[in-house]
Design a protein around this ligand. Structure first.
Ligand code: CUA
Length: 162
């Protein structure tokens, strides 16, 4: 039996595993746009509701096809609970929690975020197709956790944002 052959086989197998994991990582970042969050700043949860931009939650147009959604989460609601953007929009969400840890999950998108009191969470998503997205809290936050939800309505581009 040729021992060297098995040795070579294992080395090649190990290299193939490393290479495929690396390619999966590159694919997730550049093709699926899955990123780790950057440091988007801190805000005191006790005064966040009076501190810009969180004193005026809502949808703000930042440029052609670019929107910023400022949102606050508290037990057990999101404010605003409904967001409307035109299809094809590049949306930056800027969210914080006013009390305990909440979640921010939009199924069938890459939006899956933890909202930590004191921490500003910022993440982007491009809503290409018109339709409605369900948004919900996916970190257990108390007896009303299961009622904590919202909607993202992606309107046909002609309708425009409200
Ligand atoms: Cu907020 Cu669960």
């Amino acid at each position: 039996m040729d021992i060297d052959r098995y040795e070579r086989l294992w080395i090649m197998l190990s290299a193939a595993v490393l290479l495929s994991l690396f390619l999966a990582l590159v694919y997730s970042v550049y093709a699926l746009d899955i990123r780790l969050v950057d440091d988007a700043g801190q805000v005191d949860p006790a005064t966040a509701a009076q501190t810009p931009p969180f004193d005026e939650p809502g949808v703000y147009q930042e440029g052609p096809g670019r929107y910023r959604v400022v949102m606050v989460a508290r037990a057990w609601s999101f404010q605003p609970a409904e967001v409307r953007v035109p299809a094809g929009s590049d949306v930056t969400f800027q969210v914080t929690s006013l009390d305990v840890i909440h979640g921010f999950r939009v199924p069938y998108t890459t939006i899956n975020q933890m909202l930590i009191p004191g921490q500003v969470s910022e993440f982007r998503f491009r809503f290409a197709e018109p339709g409605e997205h369900y948004l919900f809290c996916h970190e257990y936050c108390g007896v009303g956790h299961h009622t904590m939800q919202g909607r993202i309505v992606v309107e046909t581009a002609a309708t425009g944002a409200r």
